[in-house]
Design a protein around this ligand. Structure first.
Ligand SMILES: [Zn+2]
Length: 286
């Protein structure tokens, strides 16, 4: 171990430099929210899936339809994975979504796909927790900073073998839905959108924290499907994430996913976003 290095004479000046935003997002294509709202007004429910507590289920949403994740019965956090239903290699990219929109996402912001497609896959059209903002601890709702609770980290930290973490729940659900084995399905499970979870980073140590979710039964988060989607949602074993996860200790509740289809023609000539325009030559002349 080395001792903490002594600060240089101009340490305070260096610390006082103002930050710049890594990815100014004013040039991101804006979601046509008025069109989505008009289409949503014509929509009727075509499917619903109840996610049991401490378990996960898959659901499919064709491009141009809407899906809503609701709190039912009690405060509960959900871990969401999304894939292109026709090509599971195209999936949600939590890290780049965070870089583009910030640590938590809400109405008008989007879930982006992995490289090389990097395009919007779902747009948030309604968030009943949109009032929460950023609290005095720096906490906010619906984060793209957590990864998902998983049995490997639990084993690393405590040596245990807990089987109902979101990672395992999502793996079982994807395997059951697609017919893949657990071993085939597991690598498709990826970093999540933490639906309803209230999180942030501590200012003193920079550690990832969680606190009791402000979600109550009746609250929901609703999305527009930009591409054909396969989704999987896990009702996290952390419940409202007020104390602990990765165990059977917390009180957990089911969650509801509903799918809504707008009337034919309600989206006009809307089309799924094109895949990313980069030419992929990576500096090698063609
Ligand atoms: Zn979890």
């Amino acid at each position: 171990m080395t001792d903490m290095p002594l600060p240089p004479a101009d340490a305070d000046d260096r610390r006082a430099i103002k930050p710049v935003i890594c990815y100014p997002n004013e040039t991101l294509p804006k979601a046509p929210m008025a069109l989505y709202q008009a289409a949503r007004a014509t929509a009727t429910k075509v499917d619903e899936v109840l996610i049991p507590a401490r378990d996960a289920r898959c659901f499919e949403v064709p491009a141009g339809q809407f899906f809503r994740i609701s709190s039912v019965e009690g405060p509960q956090v959900g871990d969401l994975n999304l894939w292109n239903s026709k090509d599971l290699s195209e999936r949600f990219f939590s890290g780049k979504t965070r870089a583009l929109h910030g640590t938590h996402i809400t109405t008008g912001e989007r879930m982006w796909t992995s490289f090389p497609t990097l395009r919007p896959m779902a747009t948030i059209v309604e968030d009943t927790l949109g009032w929460y903002g950023i609290d005095a601890y720096g906490g906010s709702v619906h984060d793209v900073i957590g990864t998902r609770c998983d049995p490997y980290t639990g084993n690393l930290l405590a040596g245990d073998h807990y089987h109902y973490c979101c990672h395992s729940n999502l793996t079982r659900a994807l395997a059951a839905h697609t017919g893949m084995s657990l071993q085939e399905a597991e690598p498709y499970v990826h970093d999540v959108l933490n639906v309803f979870m209230c999180t942030g980073f501590t200012r003193d140590t920079g550690q990832y924290f969680m606190k009791a979710s402000p979600v109550r039964p009746g609250d929901y988060l609703e999305f527009f499907a930009e591409i054909d989607l396969l989704g999987a949602l896990s009702a996290c074993p952390g419940g409202d994430c007020s104390s602990e996860h990765s165990s059977d200790t917390a009180v957990c509740y089911p969650m509801l996913v509903e799918v809504f289809a707008p009337e034919k023609g309600a989206l006009g000539d809307w089309k799924s976003p094109a895949i990313n325009g980069y030419d992929r030559s990576h500096g090698v002349a063609g």
